[in-house]
Structure formats: C-alpha cells, structure tokens
Write a new protein. Structure first.
Length: 191
C-alpha cells in the first residue's frame, strides 16, 4: 500500500537572477538567489559589452547552476524582459525543462542587492560559465546557419520548380497548337 504523503507534489524551486553594472557599466556582476536553500552567488563578468548581455549571462549561470546541482522543477526569474525573450534562452528553457520568466524589478530586490556585493565565486566559475555560453552560442549559430542554408536551398528548389512549370506550360501550349494545326490539315485533306 502506498503512503499518500509520498505522492505530494514537489514545490517549484525559484531562482532569482540579476546583473549590475559598475564603473559606468565598464564592469558587470551577476547574482543568483536560490530561494529553495537561501543560497546566494555573485560573479564578476569579464569582457561583457552591455547590461542586456550581462542579464543573459545571469540566466545562463542559473541554468548551469541548476544542471550542476541536478535540481528538478526549477523556475528562473529575471527582471530583464529582453534577455528572457531571447531565442537562445527560450531554447535552453525548453531543452532543459526549466521555466524562465520575466518579473518586475521590484519583485527582484534580493538578487538586485546581491549583484552589488563583492563577488563570491572565483574566476574558475567565470571560466566555466564562459565555456558553457560559448558552446551554446556556437550551437545556436550552427542551428541558425543550417536553418538559413536549408531555407535558401528550399527557396532555390521552389524557384527551379516554378521555372519547370512555366517550361512545361509553354511546351503544352505548343503541342496543343500543333495538334490543332494537324487537325486543320487533316480536315483540309478530307475535302
């Protein structure tokens, strides 16, 4: 007999992320707050050009964090809507079955405050994150190139097919005209 308490649903693990620019946005930090175990992580980024990219890195870091810890039923919350709506982010969400959503800035206060603190993660963690991002962006570029190539090939095939249809139509018209001429000649010969 099964215990009814063992079938209770496991609650979603909420993970809040944010990015913060320092020194007139010449340097960025990202933060992660895991509400499930009250864990906080702050990581300084290197060679990041703008805040939207830093916000994307915060989401990438949260995905990496979830996978490294083998957490299930996770939901990443970020206050940067454009980062959340990036196609690569949507694909990661789907591939790893992790919810990723936008929340208002005022609902992301803890991650925001954490992102302004000293980095708690070492450079090795940045190197791991950078490798992860490089691999997934390379895969995304390959996918986009393959899709474009496929689309171009399909377009070329459609153009060739249309040309063949026109040629066939022209030939059918010629054959029809010739058949009419032959029938006319046959009629004249019978007379």
């Amino acid at each position: 007999m099964t215990n009814p308490n063992t079938n209770l649903k496991t609650p979603r693990r909420l993970i809040y992320v944010d990015a913060s620019g320092m020194n007139n946005n010449s340097t960025f930090k990202i933060s992660l707050y895991d509400k499930g175990n009250n864990a906080t992580h702050t990581l300084q980024l290197q060679d990041i050009a703008h805040n939207n990219l830093a916000e994307q890195y915060a989401i990438f870091y949260a995905v990496l964090y979830v996978k490294k810890n083998n957490f299930k039923k996770c939901h990443i919350l970020c206050d940067n809507q454009s980062a959340v709506q990036k196609e690569i982010i949507k694909r990661l969400s789907k591939k790893y079955v992790i919810g990723i959503s936008w929340i208002p800035r005022e609902a992301n206060i803890i991650a925001d405050k954490i992102s302004k603190l000293e980095a708690t993660k070492k450079e090795e963690e940045w190197n791991l994150l950078k490798l992860f991002v490089d691999l997934i962006t390379e895969q995304e570029e390959h996918l986009n190139t393959s899709t474009k190539t496929s689309s171009t090939s399909t377009h070329s095939i459609h153009e060739e097919l249309e040309k063949m249809k026109e040629t066939l139509k022209t030939k059918n018209t010629k054959i029809s005209n010739q058949a009419q001429q032959i029938n006319s000649l046959k009629e004249k010969m019978r007379k």
